[in-house]
Write a protein that binds this ligand. Structure first.
Ligand code: PEP
Ligand code: MN
Length: 337
């Protein structure tokens, strides 16, 4: 059983609550600073939910019937609205995040940021630490990449999302970024998930390419449980027997997760398909399926990109995607942001 405590619950009320739980023969632990939680560990059956709910300082109580209670709708009735700087990703928004797979140079990211911000893109993507399948592939520019990305975003008034590959580099990435990305290959890196849960930044969590929806939500639960409630999920395609595309976009996952969870979910058609000529139809599919946005790889010279060129689109193709989702969005009562 999880007891959500009110922010600013008085220490006296907390002590009284603990004593009542002990008197019932139960053990518990309290954790989280900003939004503290109390987890009752043993003999939960001895406790009536209404009894705990009626105690001063208690906001909500729920039983662990699901493995991911914090990610589930039961916990928060409203959809989670993630704040990205001054911008809030509301449930009727369709957020378009765009940028290169990797930051390659100061000039490259600057040119891309300018072109994208001119057409209204507010969140710029770009990897500085790249999780590459081969150690011989371009690994990213590291901290200088973060610096170029931050500067390009600041010059254009954009926000950024970039990936941290390990908990040890998380503080460094956090210094520069607005949104912390946890990549597909790291979806079950539990120390990283816990560390991201302690950061004061929204987390964009990508679905593991071999992960079920249940495992995906459990990964989100790690971040939520560690204290960070600002989680954006991202469906980026899963591995199937199909070889015609890099991955298979599991479009099912979008409405399914919208039914189970209060967390926003984005779609990444670039990694899902690996093919630039599929980005437009898959972006439309994401919108139609009820996604809260898309994240697309856009490059100033896609054929010369140091990573993921074949799935990256140029500015003209991106503008077509943008125009298309803008045309369809009103049908779904969504606004493209
Ligand atoms: C990325 O978005 O840069 C990336 C590496 O994606 P994924 O983790 O989904 O493969
Ligand atoms: Mn990529």
């Amino acid at each position: 059983m999880i007891v959500v405590l009110k922010r600013g619950m008085s220490p006296q009320d907390l002590e009284r609550l603990k004593r009542k739980i002990e008197d019932l023969g139960c053990t518990y632990e309290v954790y989280g600073d900003e939004e503290p939680l109390l987890r009752i560990r043993s003999n939960q059956h001895r406790i009536a939910r209404d009894f705990i709910l009626s105690q001063p300082g208690v906001q909500d109580v729920f039983r662990l019937t699901s493995g991911h209670p914090l990610a589930n709708k039961g916990h928060a009735t409203e959809s989670t609205v993630v704040a990205i700087g001054d911008y809030r990703l509301e449930p009727d928004h369709f957020l378009v995040i765009a940028g290169p797979c990797a930051v390659e140079s100061e000039e490259q990211i600057d040119e891309i940021a300018r072109a994208l911000s001119q057409v209204g893109v507010r969140v710029l993507r770009g990897g500085a630490f790249k999780p590459r399948t081969s150690p011989y592939s371009f690994q990213g520019l590291g901290e200088s990449g973060l610096r170029y990305l931050r500067a390009a975003a600041d010059r254009t008034g954009m926000k950024i999302v970039t990936e941290a590959l390990s908990s040890s580099e998380l503080p460094l990435v956090s210094e520069y970024t607005d949104i912390l990305q946890i990549g597909s290959r790291n979806m079950q890196n539990f120390p990283l998930l816990k560390a991201a849960g302690k950061q004061n930044r929204p987390v964009l969590l990508k679905r593991g390419m071999n992960a079920t929806v249940e495992e995906f939500l459990l990964a989100a639960e790690y971040v939520l449980e560690s204290g960070n409630r600002n989680v954006l999920l991202c469906e980026r395609g899963i591995r199937t027997f199909e070889k015609a595309t890099r991955n298979t976009l599991d479009i099912n996952a979008v409405p399914l997760i919208k039914q189970i969870s209060h967390l926003p979910i984005l779609v990444d058609p670039s990694h899902a398909s690996g093919k630039r000529n599929l980005i437009l139809p898959l972006s439309r599919a994401a919108l139609a399926a009820g996604a809260d946005g898309i994240m697309i790889e856009v490059h100033n010279h896609p054929d010369a990109a140091k990573s993921d060129g074949s799935q990256s689109i140029d500015f003209a193709a991106f503008n077509e995607v943008l125009a298309s989702v803008k045309a369809f969005a009103p049908l779904l009562a969504k606004k493209v942001m």
